[in-house]
Design a protein. Structure first.
Length: 370
């Protein structure tokens, strides 16, 4: 595989310039770019953000003034002892682990609730609580989607779980839209009642392709293509068309130039995958190209595109990559999706991709620093 494209206008062969997903979550198209600030150091001594901001909301690590929000949610006076204890516990968790409970603020800067990530020995517990009011359910769902993607990209590699009362339909809907999957064997009963437990999909990085995984990947590639996804082929492509390209990536994995990053359900299902192709050039070894990103087209609206991108970024950082590039077919709207995750268009080749007679598309190159 050649070095990732430099920040100029490279020529992109049509079949190798289409590394796109079919399953763009519609809910993620409209919140605007995600920005990070207030970096801190986590347990692995990596710099991670304490604040995540979009056009629609912001997640911030708690400060003393957030006692007012907690008191309001508990319906007690601001100077009551318990709210102050809760905020102090949240802040201690942030100081110890580099992550924890976020305060959710709306587009106007008003505190609207919290979404929590609390570490335990064997898993990380996710919580959500919002003040009641117009738009609070939507804001809570957006906050959860940001929090789950952040967990995959930055937090320890532990299961992320939330427990929900079976009758809490609103929270269940928000949690599912954030990508979590119910794991019936974890359901349980406590003194407070019955609980359903949902778990976040996990990301795995593979340096080889086992036969069973190859079969699942090939099937998904064909499904994505048939659904109109721009992953190198047009609808109607056969297994004989796609298999050699997949096997080419497997060969790159065997040589150490490529890794496969997959998103997997806690129940063992393949939800999406893509490839991270490293550079072999002496001047570009700090970079890598992201290729063939795709998620299950039957599971749209479940945040899997964002979760998979978060996993790819994590895998890249863990391999010392500082700059990532990708390219996509113009006219698909994918530029908006990638812009949300810090990518900037750095090159465009007019008419580089011919998807049909009279339908030429631009080849677009994007890049971002990690």
């Amino acid at each position: 595989m050649s070095d990732p494209p430099a920040i100029v206008l490279p020529i992109i062969p049509a079949q190798q310039g289409e590394y796109l997903t079919v399953a763009i979550d519609e809910a993620l198209r409209h919140h605007g770019p995600v920005s990070y600030s207030q970096l801190t150091t986590n347990e692995a001594r990596r710099a991670v953000p304490r604040a995540v901001t979009t056009d629609a909301l912001a997640l911030h690590a708690p400060v003393d003034e957030d006692v007012t929000l907690v008191a309001r949610m508990m319906d007690v006076p601001d100077d009551a002892e318990r709210p102050a204890q809760i905020v102090a516990t949240w802040r201690e968790h942030w100081d110890e682990h580099g992550y924890g409970t976020w305060i959710v603020r709306d587009a106007h800067g008003s505190s609207a609730g919290f979404v929590g990530l609390r570490g335990h020995a064997e898993f990380i517990r996710l919580t959500l609580r919002m003040l009641e009011g117009p738009g609070s359910e939507d804001l809570g769902a957006r906050a959860l989607r940001l929090a789950t993607a952040h967990a995959i990209e930055w937090l320890p590699d532990l299961p992320v779980r939330i427990r929900i009362a079976p009758e809490d339909a609103a929270t269940l809907s928000a949690v599912r839209s954030a990508g979590l999957v119910r794991v019936p064997e974890l359901d349980h009963t406590s003194e407070e009642g019955d609980w359903h437990v949902l778990e976040l999909p996990y990301v795995r990085v593979a340096e080889r392709t086992p036969p069973r995984a190859r079969e699942a990947m090939l099937a998904m590639w064909l499904e994505v293509t048939e659904a109109g996804g721009s992953v190198g082929f047009l609808p109607g492509a056969s297994e004989e068309d796609v298999a050699p390209v997949l096997d080419g990536y497997s060969a790159g994995m065997a040589s150490g130039d490529t890794v496969c990053v997959s998103l997997n359900s806690p129940l063992g299902e393949l939800l999406g995958f893509g490839f991270l192709v490293g550079s072999t050039g002496p001047l570009t070894r700090h970079g890598a190209n992201i290729e063939r990103i795709m998620t299950d087209p039957a599971r749209r609206g479940t945040n899997y595109g964002a979760l998979l991108m978060a996993g790819v970024h994590r895998a890249a950082r863990e391999r010392g990559v500082e700059l990532v590039t990708l390219d996509y077919r113009g006219g698909t709207g994918l530029g908006e999706f990638y812009t949300q995750y810090g990518y900037t268009e750095v090159g465009r080749v007019p008419g580089a991709l011919r998807v049909a007679p009279g339908d030429d598309r631009d080849g677009v190159i994007m890049a971002r620093s990690l």
